[in-house]
Design a protein around this ligand. Structure first.
Ligand code: SAH
Length: 373
């Protein structure tokens, strides 16, 4: 807590006198008030601090922090109409996510305290940003840990099934009702921009979703192969390629593990490869299995990569640290008999800030590597 971490676990709470979602005083030794927090009567994270010290936060604290979060994004000069406006703990609005898709906002309330204030938050966002509509994408499973139901509902205005957004030069149609997360993987925007500096020749975009990396990098490549296991995602990649006038993008609905093996068998070669898998380690128990998954795809990718080529390799598992991920990639390079240099070490985009002292806010690792000749 002194280092700025906002969570207090159930096992550290000796007594509680509060109801679900209350703003409560947190008392330490000798009953002294040491902080104020939003209380959960269900989650293992019983308290999410909103201020420290004996003074309560000002009654305008939600509004003040929403303003600060929005002003920060405006200061970044992002070259996109879709980005994250509020990143929970890292904006001192624990358990609140707000993403912007053009004129629309998509919100996630992931604790009892934020859920209870979702209407108030939507009203403040309405005053500040005048969106055409606000959707609550309250279907993540973590809501169950708070005893909250999984629902998707409009909080204000209207929200269509397709919203056109732009990221750099690429135009997308986003489905905020059903897309993964709130519609797009916004956290990779700056890594796509960075990868564009190196992309060339034949590109393999593995775990492509709606074509994030494939479409951004296609103009600098001769041929692009995008692979995703979901048929629905693959048809989106094709639609997006067409709408962006890209004729060099092929999309395949395949399991990446199988496709990499098959590409190796037929002697395929790529000059640029992107690996952006889902979080293989969703919890601590899954870490070992996740490690072998990361190792396998990185090993196969390094074999498929032509000498002088670039590998953009990512992990969004919070439970696999940057150091552990670097070790896995090194293991893969050793097994592939490849000498690899680190061109860039990157993380989630700046609209998904990392709070020093809160390791949970640093989840996305992205290394851009070069295979030496
Ligand atoms: N690179 C994307 C985001 C990837 S999210 C972007 O920039 O937007 C991870 C994707 O991996 C999801 O679309 C999911 O459908 C896909 N996926 C999960 N397991 C897979 C597997 N074994 N093979 C292929 N795709 C898989």
């Amino acid at each position: 807590m002194r280092a700025g971490h906002p969570w207090i676990y159930r096992s550290d709470v000796t007594a509680a006198d509060a109801s679900a979602g209350d703003l409560v005083e947190v008392r330490g030794a000798r009953e002294r008030v040491i902080a104020h927090a939003l209380y959960s009567d269900r989650s293992e994270i019983t308290l999410r601090l909103v201020s420290t010290g004996s003074e309560p936060p000002p009654s305008s604290f939600l509004r003040d922090r929403l303003h600060a979060a929005i002003d920060y994004r405006a200061s970044l000069g992002l070259d996109a109409t879709a980005y994250r406006l509020v990143h929970g703990e890292a904006d001192r609005l624990p358990a609140l996510i707000v993403d912007r898709y053009g004129d629309h906002l998509v919100l996630q309330a992931l604790s009892q305290g934020i859920d209870r204030r979702a209407g108030e938050i939507a009203a403040i966002l309405g005053e500040i940003l005048h969106p055409a509509g606000i959707l609550a994408r309250n279907d993540p499973r973590v809501r169950l840990l708070e005893g909250l139901e999984q629902t998707v509902e409009v909080l204000a205005g209207s929200v269509p099934e397709r919203i056109e957004v732009r990221e750099g030069a690429v135009r997308y149609d986003v489905d905020p009702w059903r897309g993964q997360k709130t519609g797009l993987f916004l956290d990779q925007r700056e890594n796509r921009e960075a990868a564009l500096r190196y992309a060339r020749g034949r590109l393999l975009d593995a775990f492509s979703y709606h074509g994030g990396f494939a479409l951004a990098l296609a103009p600098k490549c001769t041929a692009v192969l995008a692979v995703d296991i979901s048929e629905d995602a693959v048809s989106r990649i094709r639609e997006n390629a067409t709408r962006n006038g890209l004729t060099n993008v092929e999309a395949r609905a395949m399991n990446v593990f199988d496709e990499l093996r098959e590409l190796e068998r037929v002697g395929a070669r790529f000059d640029t490869i992107v690996l952006d898998p889902p979080a293989f380690a969703k919890n601590k128990a899954a870490v070992n299995k996740a490690m072998s998954g990361y190792k396998e795809i990185n090993l196969r990718a390094l074999k498929l990569l032509a000498p002088g080529g670039f590998l953009v390799t990512c992990s969004c598992s919070y439970n696999v640290s940057e150091g552990a991920f670097a070790d896995i990639v090194l293991d893969a390079a050793v097994d592939a008999a490849a000498h690899v240099s680190v061109v860039e070490k990157r993380m989630q985009g700046r609209d998904h800030p990392v709070l020093l002292g809160v390791p949970e806010t640093y989840y996305l690792k992205c290394f851009i590597l070069r295979k030496l000749a």
